[in-house]
Ligand binder design. Structure first.
Ligand code: ADP
Ligand code: MG
Length: 260
C-alpha cells in the first residue's frame, strides 16, 4: 500500500493559525474521503483539546512515541465526530521531551522512524510547537513538505528567514527531500488595509508558493475548538469552512502535480 504524504504545519511564531489549520485542513481532507492522521506535536495540546479530547485524561500520547519508542498506532485515537480523522494526541508532559530527546540516540529522527511503514493513511499532518526546538526538527525531518501559515499582520514575514534557514539545514543533513507545500495566509480581515497589504507583499515575494486561498478571520473559526469540532462541522457553510475546503483542494492539486 502507498505511503502517506506527510505535511508539517510550521511557523515558530505562536498564534498564526498552525493548530487551526492542522485541524480544519485535516477535517476538510477527511470530509473528501481521505484517511487523515493528525499528530499533535505541541505540548500545549491545542489540536488534541480542539478535537474534544481532554489531554489530562490520556493514558498515552506522542510523548510515549518519540521518547519511549511506543508504536504510534497504539496511541492513536479515532475522532468519532469526524469520520476519517485519527489523532495522535499530545499532553503537557511533552514539554519535557525537548530536553529528554537531546540525550537520546537519533534524536532528530525519532518521529520519522515512528511514522515509517505507516500505510493506512493518505495524509499525515503534523502540528508543531511555536519554536524551532527538537520537536519541530523531528517534524521537519519526518515530513515531505512544510505548510507555513502566516498571519495577516505587520510582522508576518519576520522570522520566515529563520524558518527557511532551518529548512535548508534539515535538507542538507537529515531530509534532503523536504519541500515547501506552500504558504497560507490566515486571519485575513477584509476591513483592514493592512491585511490586504500583507497578502500583496507575500504574493510579491513568494508568488505561487503562497496558496490562492486566504483564510478569513472568523469568530466561528475561533469558537469551533471549544465545541470539539472542526469548522467544517461547527459551521459547515460558513466562510471558514469554505476556505479550508478550498485550501484542501489546492493542496491536493499541487500534490498531484508533484507526483506526476
Ligand atoms: P498557533 O497554533 O499557530 O499558535 P492557533 O491556530 O492556535 O495558532 O490560532 C491562534 C488563535 O487564533 C486561536 O485562538 C485561534 O482560535 C484563533 N484563530 C486562528 N485562526 C482563526 C481564524 N481564521 N479566525 C478567527 N480566529 C482564528
Ligand atoms: Mg498551535
Amino acid at each position: 500500500m502507498a505511503r502517506p504524504r506527510i505535511v508539517t504545519v510550521c511557523n515558530q511564531k505562536g498564534g498564526v493559525g498552525k493548530t487551526t489549520t492542522a485541524i480544519n485542513l485535516g477535517a476538510a481532507l477527511a470530509e473528501r474521503g481521505l484517511r487523515i492522521l493528525l499528530v499533535d506535536c505541541d505540548p500545549q495540546a491545542n489540536a488534541t483539546s480542539g478535537l474534544g479530547i481532554r489531554p489530562k485524561g490520556l493514558e498515552a500520547s506522542i510523548y510515549d512515541v518519540v521518547v519511549l519508542g511506543r508504536p504510534l498506532l497504539e496511541v492513536a485515537i479515532p475522532i468519532t465526530q469526524v469520520p476519517g480523522l485519527t489523532l495522535v494526541p499530545s499532553t503537557v508532559g511533552l514539554a519535557g521531551a525537548e530536553l529528554e530527546l537531546a540525550e537520546l540516540p537519533l534524536r532528530e529522527s525519532r518521529l520519522r522512524l515512528a511514522l515509517d511503514g505507516l500505510s493506512d493513511f493518505d495524509y499525515v499532518l503534523l502540528d508543531t510547537p511555536p519554536s524551532l526546538g527538537l520537536l519541530t526538527v523531528n517534524c521537519l525531518v519526518a515530513a515531505d513538505a512544510m505548510l507555513i501559515p502566516l498571519q495577516c499582520e505587520y510582522y508576518a514575514l519576520e522570522g520566515l528567514t529563520l524558518l527557511t534557514h532551518t529548512q535548508s539545514l534539515v535538507r542538507q543533513s537529515l531530509n534532503p527531500a523536504l519541500r515547501l507545500a506552500g504558504i497560507v495566509l490566515t486571519l485575513f480581515d477584509p476591513r483592514t488595509v493592512l491585511s490586504s497589504q500583507v497578502v500583496a507583499e507575500v504574493r510579491r515575494q513568494f508568488g505561487d508558493q503562497a496558496f490562492a486561498t486566504v483564510i478569513p478571520r472568523s469568530v466561528r473559526v475561533s469558537e469551533a475548538p471549544s465545541h470539539g469540532l472542526p469548522i467544517t462541522q461547527y459551521d459547515p457553510t460558513g466562510r471558514g469552512a469554505l476556505a479550508y475546503r478550498a485550501l484542501a483542494e489546492e493542496l491536493l492539486a499541487r500534490n498531484s502535480q508533484v507526483a506526476a
